[in-house]
Design a protein around this ligand. Structure first.
Ligand code: NAI
Ligand code: MG
Length: 492
């Protein structure tokens, strides 16, 4: 937020207000090509039909590059290349040798992480502080972690000689482009599968950079293929008969379509879909820490997070205190240039996503909830949405039920732990939840009662490659991460 305007009372509470000097990371760190091809069989090639699309910087709407759009003939070639690698070099390789390639990829990611972080922020709009300090370290950690499993699969608990599945078709979204690529590729490769990855149409660049890293690491051609394109490319990939395993992260709507497309085939399927997580604050919670957890829960990555703590459930006795403190804290958040190292809130990823957030926020007001944002100047170009909280939200409001996938928090209250559980579970989703309380026994009780794949206690949005992640109900099925994440890529 430029030129922070705070009320006198928040000023007094927050102490003196300092101005920040701009601290931009240099965008020259990364060299962009004007045009990018598909990565098939170890080489970059144009799309068979010659089609391309433009990927833009959502913070400025400036075009970044033209990217090849894969059609059915390209899907055919990529799946054939992946099959050949599976029956050839990669499929025959011993686990301990696959591990060396994964370690090599992890090391190159680390060496080039500054470039990759800038590229990710340019193409996605997320703050450099997040791409640099969260996304990139987790990407490397994921490859390191699964490298360690590649020669120990018989110890993973899935039988004495677990076999890979074959060719994996993997479709990923735009909110964590490189991290989702790592979540998909690392376990698949560790288990001995080959991959055809389809990144999202608004964020194709970091996956193509990762393809270059695969080349640099000497990965046998065809082991990893990257097909850029939109929903049509993804649909052609998941329905290709040569694909043995489909892994998808994205909207529940598309997840349901994919489930229909693979029904009745031999394909194995895992889906990681949306969420509407409850972040539950009890009256005995340490308030300052909880405020940081609430902010991290919903404003991290502009709220473009499937496990975002988008429903705040506060115990009634502390609701006013928590909401006041939260408002104070929001006035200190800085929105703007994603490449500025002081930026907390970057750009919304696309015009479509911005429209969706605006629509649902308007519905929130129309349905009678009270909308509040800190004083906040939005840049004139690009896609932006001020951090927003709605109070007076009831369970029937659309903003309490639907995934907004933006920096919008719906605040509800509760009186008893039983009521907190009932409200938290009143959702078709079930991906994650947060609990804030000083009482250890209450944390365990809540973790048992909450229908969510991940329950964080006195923290939020923590990730680690050793820890399995995934959902219940409409949030999907299958687990990614940890020993459990191997199961999706083994014939068990
Ligand atoms: P989406 O589900 O359409 O896109 C995700 C990926 O699926 C992209 O790579 C896309 O090209 C691909 N895709 C689209 N249609 C496909 C099809 N028929 N077959 C195969 N692949 C297909 O998500 P979108 O439209 O970008 O976002 C819409 C909403 O979905 C968001 O507002 C958010 O609520 C939710 N979402 C949830 C995500 C999560 O991590 N759980 C990630 C992205 C979006
Ligand atoms: Mg879409």
């Amino acid at each position: 937020m430029t030129g922070i305007e705070t009320t006198e009372s928040t000023r007094a509470a927050a102490g003196p207000v300092f101005d920040y000097a701009p601290a931009p990371e240099s965008r020259d760190i990364v060299r962009l090509d004007p045009q990018y091809g598909l990565f098939i069989d170890g080489e970059f090639v144009p799309a068979a039909e010659g089609r391309t699309f433009t990927t833009i910087n959502p913070a400025t709407e400036e075009p970044l590059a033209a990217v090849a759009e894969a059609g059915p003939a390209d899907v055919e070639r990529a799946v054939a290349a992946a099959r050949a690698a599976y029956e050839g070099a990669w499929g025959r390789m011993r686990g301990r040798d696959r591990a060396k390639y994964l370690f090599r990829i992890a090391r190159i990611v680390q060496e080039r992480s500054r470039e990759l972080a800038v590229l990710e922020s340019l193409d996605n709009g997320k703050p450099i502080r997040e791409s640099r300090d969260v996304d990139l370290p987790l990407v490397a950690a994921h490859f390191f972690y699964y490298a360690g499993w590649a020669d120990k699969l018989e110890l993973a608990g899935f039988g004495p000689q677990p076999r890979p599945l074959g060719v994996a078709g993997q479709v990923i979204p735009w909110n964590f482009p490189l991290l989702m690529a790592a979540w998909k590729l690392a376990p698949a490769l560790a288990c001995g599968n080959t991959c055809v990855l389809k990144p999202a149409e608004t964020t194709p660049l970091s996956a193509l950079f990762l393809a270059q890293i695969c080349q640099e690491a000497g990965l046998p051609p065809g082991t990893v293929n990257v097909l850029t394109g939109a929903g049509g490319t993804g649909a052609a990939l998941v329905s290709h008969p040569g694909v043995d395993k489909v892994a998808f992260t994205g909207s529940t709507e598309v997840g349901k379509e994919i489930r229909k497309a693979v029904a009745g085939t031999h394909k194995r399927l895992t889906l990681e879909l949306g969420g509407k997580a409850a972040n539950v604050i009890f009256e005995d919670a340490p308030v300052d820490q909880a405020i940081e957890g609430i902010v991290n829960g919903i404003f991290f990555n502009q709220g473009h997070v499937c496990c975002a703590g988008s429903r705040l459930l506060v115990q009634e006795s502390v609701a006013d205190l928590v909401i006041d403190r939260l408002r104070e804290r929001l006035t200190t958040l800085r929105l703007g240039d994603p490449l500025d190292k002081n930026t907390d809130i970057g750009a919304i990823n696309s015009a479509e996503q911005l429209d969706k957030i605006r629509l649902l926020a308007d519905v929130g007001s129309e349905e009678g909830a009270q909308r509040w944002s800190p004083p906040c100047e939005l840049p004139s170009r690009g896609f932006w949405f001020a951090p927003t909280i709605f109070t007076g939200v009831s369970q029937s409001h659309r903003i309490a039920r639907e995934e907004i996938f933006g920096p919008v928090l719906s605040v509800l209250t509760f009186r008893t732990p039983e009521e907190a559980v009932a409200k938290a579970n009143n959702t078709p989703y079930g991906l994650s939840a947060g609990v804030w309380t000083e009482k250890g026994s209450r944390i365990l009780w809540m973790a048992q009662k909450l229908e969510a794949g991940v329950v964080w206690a006195n923290t939020y949005n923590r990730f680690d490659p050793t820890s399995p992640f995934g959902g219940y109900q409409e949030s999907g099925f299958g687990r990614e991460g940890g020993r459990q994440g191997l199961e999706a890529y083994l014939d068990v």
